[in-house]
Ligand binder design. Structure first.
Ligand SMILES: *[C@@H]1O[C@H](CO)[C@@H](O)[C@H](O)[C@H]1NC(C)=O
Ligand SMILES: *[C@@H]1O[C@H](CO)[C@@H](O)[C@H](O)[C@H]1NC(C)=O
Ligand SMILES: *[C@@H]1O[C@H](CO)[C@@H](O)[C@H](O)[C@H]1NC(C)=O
Length: 388
């Protein structure tokens, strides 16, 4: 009896050992070699002892083995059967190195996030083999060279964030092929060239602070019925922004400040319906009158056309517009009387009408600061006495 219970205990113990050793060999060899190559391409001196990567010890245990107590404690997640790596989400621990092309072997990866580190060199073209990838985030690193054309083969990609790197060259011509892409952020890089045709399911487009140029054409935005946010400020876009732009059916926020646009065409929203809330067209070279049709966008609450070359008066419609909370028109050549409604209305508008050629802007009002341009500057701009 005693003996058998000992042998029972022994076989239990053996079973446990067998289970542990089974657990040790779970992760597929292709994933293990990819993870090893991934770690090997990062400078050992940049791997802090408390970081996720420091816990990746391939001699001690299998990467997908559970529970994770001392090794592979963070940075990756595996499939429920512990055979494949599905997420590689590195901690922002200051890792410096290149991204190995062998990353392409992690074919079950759905999330690759290396943000806020010091990865440098090119984004490997082989990344296009990660056909299950839904989220690619390389934000805030030092990746250089161009955005690989092969990225456009990632048909399941939902979110692509390569912002705050040193990427150059133009956007892939076939960008529109990323049919699942809803969020694209390539802001704060050195991208050049014009806008290509964009992915049809995009809801957020951010290309702020690059060197993109050319005219913003309808062809780029054709069929983008879900686009809500357009962030293109601090680029070199030129020419006319045509009326179709503000009629994009889901549009809510637009920032095109700090470009070199020269004209804007704006028509009234179709059937009076639009979700447009905020428009920033400041710091361009926009000529002509302040577009009165903006007043017909029912939700519009913030409008900036500051520091452009607008002339003529401020339409009264703006001072009657209940939804308007912020209005920046400073730094233009607007003339006539500042609409009294701005100063008497129950809903105060914040912003500025300063640095124009307006008359009767009450100095006591915050809206009227800074002060208007001098008479001689205004007279010179109009080639005559400035009168509406
Ligand atoms: C595009 O968006 C629509 C509506 O949200 C969705 O039904 C469709 O599946 C999406 N297409 C792709 C390829 O994701
Ligand atoms: C638009 O972008 C500019 C420059 O990037 C920024 O300064 C400004 O605050 C943005 N406008 C709005 C309304 O957020
Ligand atoms: C936008 O342009 C103006 C005028 O050139 C400049 O003063 C301002 O700093 C720029 N804003 C940004 C966010 O670059």
């Amino acid at each position: 009896m005693k003996l058998s219970s000992i042998s029972n205990a022994a076989s239990c113990f053996l079973l446990v050992i067998v289970q542990i050793s089974l657990a040790v060999a779970l992760t597929s060899p292709q994933d293990i070699s990819a993870l090893k190559a991934f770690k090997a391409s990062i400078k050992p001196s940049s791997i802090q002892p408390w970081s996720c990567l420091a816990s990746w010890d391939f001699t001690a245990t299998d990467p997908c083995a559970l529970p994770r107590r001392t090794h592979f404690t963070c940075g990756l997640l595996c499939s429920s059967d512990s055979t494949r790596v599905t997420q590689l989400t590195l901690d922002p621990a200051g890792y410096s190195g290149q991204l190995t092309p062998l990353i392409s072997q992690l074919t079950q990866l759905t999330i690759l996030d290396l943000s806020d580190n010091y990865f440098f060199g090119p984004i490997p073209a082989s990344i296009s083999s990660l056909s299950n990838l839904q989220m690619l985030t390389l934000r805030s690193n030092s990746f250089s060279s161009s955005v690989p054309d092969s990225l456009t083969q990632l048909k399941n990609l939902d979110s692509l964030d390569l912002s705050y790197n040193s990427l150059s060259g133009s956007l892939p011509k076939n960008t529109f092929l990323m049919s699942s892409l809803r969020r694209l952020d390539l802001s704060y890089n050195k991208l050049t060239g014009s806008l290509p045709k964009l992915p049809p399911n995009l809801s957020e487009l951010a290309l702020k602070n690059n060197v993109l140029s050319g005219v913003i054409t309808k062809n780029s935005f054709d069929g983008l019925t879900q686009l809500e946010v357009i962030e293109l400020s601090e680029n070199s876009f030129t020419g006319t922004l045509e009326a179709w732009f503000f009629l994009l059916p889901a549009l809510q926020q637009v920032n095109l400040s700090n470009n070199t646009l020269t004209r804007v065409g704006i028509s009234k929203p179709v059937d009076g319906r639009s979700d447009l809330v905020a428009v920033d067209l400041g710091f361009n070279k926009i000529q002509g009158y302040l577009p009165v049709n903006f007043a017909d966008y029912p939700m519009l609450s913030s409008l900036s056309m500051r520091y452009n070359r607008l002339r003529g008066g401020i339409p009264l419609e703006f001072s009657h517009k209940k939804s308007l909370k912020r209005l920046f028109l400073d730094g233009n050549f607007l003339i006539g009387k500042a609409p009294i409604g701005f100063f008497t209305g129950d809903v105060p508008v914040a912003g500025s009408l300063g640095d124009n050629c307006l008359q009767g802007c009450p100095v006591s009002s915050q809206l009227c600061s800074p002060s208007q341009k001098s008479y001689s500057v205004c007279k010179q701009a109009y080639g005559r006495r400035p009168r509406p």
